[in-house]
Design a protein around this ligand. Sequence first.
Ligand SMILES: [Zn+2]
Length: 108
Amino acid sequence: MEKREVYCEACNREIKSRQELVVTTIFFSLVCYHDACFSKSIKGLKTLFVSNSPINGVAGTTYSIFLFLVAVLFFIFSPIYNILAILMLIVPTYRVLAWFMYERYLEP
Ligand SMILES: [Zn+2]
């Protein structure tokens, strides 16, 4: 598989493993941090712009799967709420993108 280096938004050093990778969004675009850099960043000035919940990790993945399932139920049972279902799919879409763009290139 092709290799791609992933760099931390805060310290500009390479992120080597999924363990230390935190993916989040700034103004709807995906950004990567080291676990430690992310903790520091959300306490600093960037708080206004950085959503303070990681997209990846167990919590982010569970939340994404939950929203995806609820969205599917909305599509099936309440067509009038389709717009709500589409909004719910934003988080799972980011989750898949985070994996596709960054996580798959890193050591587990
Ligand atoms: Zn860093």
